[in-house]
Each structure stands twice: as structure tokens, then as C-alpha cells.
Design a protein around this ligand. Structure first.
Ligand code: OFO
Length: 166
């Protein structure tokens, strides 16, 4: 059964995933109202994915006899300076999630909670993929001139391809 330490860490991770979903939703809305339809589509989809990440942990806690606490999310950023700023923020937020997941795995090892460790491995793999995509988007900013209108138009489409929305 779940130790109190791991239960707390998992509930904290639930909050982080739920907040990640809301962050992506705010980013998607910003992109949407600034005409970046394809990258908005990408981040709307990410918002859905993060909600699934949240629910998966939430249900796991209950399944192993713990108490899943509905998280109260903090305020999320609504305004961004630029297209690049949105994706820079997204990358930093994914890196923070990866660190948090790694800390849970380390704690599982310390407390011999092999079931939760195994469960968390799904997240380790998922973060590897999400960080790779987020870094790929940042590479695109080095390859395409984001200052011209044409550059912005092409970047939006290329980012949409990374997210599979184009
Ligand atoms: Fe990408 O944050 Fe969930 O795992």
C-alpha cells in the first residue's frame, strides 16, 4: 500500500499535471487569438493530454488505496510576448515536470515502492517525448526568421507539424 510520502508526492504531481493542462489551454487561446491556428491546435491537444496525465495519476492513487485530492490550480499566465515566448515557456514547464517525475521515481526507490515506480515509468517515457518535441520547436526558431510575417506564417505551420496538427 501507499506510504504517506508517496501519496503526497503523487497528489502534488496531480496538481502539476492539472496546471500543465491549464497552462497549455491559456497558451493555445493566446495563439488562437493572434492568428497562429496550427500551433494553437497543437497546444489545445497538449492541454487534453495533460488532463489525461492528471487523471491517470488521480485514479492510480485511489486504486492503490490512497486518497486522491482534487487539486486547486494556481493562476496561470494568460499573456505572452511572442510566439517564441509561448514555446520557450512551454519547454521550461516540461523540464520542470520531468524533474518532478524523476524525484518521485527516486523516492519510490528509496521507499521500495516498486509498483509506483513501475507506474511512473510511463511518465518518464512520455516526458522524453514531450521534451523532444518542445526542443524541436525551439530549433525551428533558429532555422526560420520569426521577425517577418512570412516567417511567422511558416513557423506556425512547421510547429503544427511537430504537434501532428498539420
Ligand atoms: Fe508533459 O506533463 Fe504531463 O507528464
Amino acid at each position: 500500500s501507499l506510504t504517506e510520502d508517496i501519496e503526497m508526492a503523487l497528489n502534488a504531481q496531480c496538481k502539476m499535471e492539472a496546471e500543465a493542462s491549464l497552462k497549455y489551454l491559456a497558451m493555445a487561446a493566446w495563439l488562437d487569438r493572434n492568428g497562429y491556428d496550427y500551433s494553437a491546435g497543437y497546444l489545445y491537444a497538449q492541454a487534453e493530454e495533460e488532463r489525461e496525465h492528471f487523471l491517470k495519476i488521480f485514479k492510480y492513487i485511489t486504486e492503490v488505496g490512497g486518497t486522491a485530492v482534487t487539486p486547486t490550480p494556481s493562476e496561470v499566465q494568460q499573456e505572452f510576448a511572442s510566439l517564441r515566448d509561448v514555446f520557450e515557456t512551454a519547454l521550461q514547464s516540461e523540464i520542470a515536470v520531468t524533474h518532478s517525475i524523476n524525484r518521485i521515481v527516486a523516492k519510490c526507490r528509496e521507499l521500495n515502492d516498486y509498483a509506483t515506480e513501475e507506474f511512473m515509468m510511463w511518465y518518464v517515457r512520455e516526458q522524453r517525448e514531450e521534451e523532444r518535441n518542445a526542443r524541436r520547436v525551439m530549433e525551428l526558431f533558429d532555422l526560420i526568421d520569426a521577425d517577418s510575417a512570412t516567417g511567422k506564417f511558416i513557423l506556425d505551420q512547421e510547429i503544427g507539424k511537430v504537434g501532428g496538427t498539420l
